[in-house]
Ligand binder design. Structure first.
Ligand code: 13P
Length: 251
């Protein structure tokens, strides 16, 4: 059985003080969700205080990006080991916003994911098509390209630390959620691809999150799909009560 993973992605929201206040309010609200993995991806500046505030709770903390080198002359970048030192246990790689605005490619995602795993981090590797691509019938091709090349050369051992997030770009921050059926269709494509690449056991064990306008009102029907194993949530993860409702989707 795959353990559901509900994860916030705060993007460029929340200062240190706001992050700590969030955890102090949210921790008791999500404490009962022992059969769900709970995480928050946060801006780099807030990670240390967030992780300190989350110590002893069931909330994991993660970065939203990292570099592939251990250190070096890469102004503005953050090494995987630096995330670990801040208390992170995972990192989000290849979010569509990073692909769109910061030149992230499958190749850089691949290098970043490998380096993150080598440092003991779990990786949430994002994939997803734009509206134009969906309308042109290219959804499967785009998602396959992201996943196949993002995970090129990965070993079965490394795959144990990989979570895939399917995030249709047209559903991010737009209020337009994919229907549960649309999500399931793509998730099934991804799982079949993982089976082709790494074998059935790894495909069955790998968690695939859905992301794109997930809210307390629709989380249950999305999570009910057989190949949806979690959610990666932006807007609805910014308030403790809404985040807690997502985490407690079974209640
Ligand atoms: P929204 O939940 O705000 O649509 O954002 C989704 C997302 O990009 C999560 O990574």
């Amino acid at each position: 059985m795959r353990k559901p993973f509900i994860c916030g992605n705060w993007k460029m929201y929340k200062t240190n003080a706001e992050a700590v206040a969030f955890v102090n309010e949210a921790k008791s609200l999500v404490a009962g969700a022992t059969d769900v993995d709970v995480g928050i991806g946060a801006p780099a500046t807030a990670l240390k205080s967030l992780a300190d505030a989350a110590k002893g709770t069931n909330i994991m903390v993660g970065g939203e990006n990292c570099h592939w080198e251990k250190e070096g002359a890469f102004t503005g970048e953050i090494a995987p080991g630096m995330l670990v030192e801040c208390g992170c246990s995972f990192v989000i790689i290849g979010h569509s916003e990073r692909r769109q605005y910061f030149g992230e490619t499958n190749e850089t995602c691949n290098k970043k994911a490998k380096a993150a795993i080598a440092n003991g981090l779990t990786v949430i590797l994002c994939c997803g098509e734009t509206l134009d691509e969906r309308e042109a019938g290219k959804t499967t091709a785009v998602v396959t390209d992201h996943v196949k090349n993002g995970l090129a050369g990965f070993t079965p051992e490394e795959m144990k630390k990989i979570v895939i997030a399917y995030e249709p770009v047209w559903a991010i921050g737009t209020g337009k959620t994919a229907t549960p059926e649309q999500a399931q269709e793509v998730h099934a494509v991804i799982r079949t691809l993982l089976a082709d690449m790494f074998g059935k056991d790894i495909a069955e064990a790998t968690r695939i999150q859905y992301g794109g306008s997930v809210k307390p009102e629709n989380v249950k029907e999305i999570m009910a799909q057989p190949d949806v194993d979690g959610a990666l949530v932006g807007g609805a993860a910014l308030k403790p009560d809404s985040f807690a409702k997502l985490v407690n989707f079974k209640a």
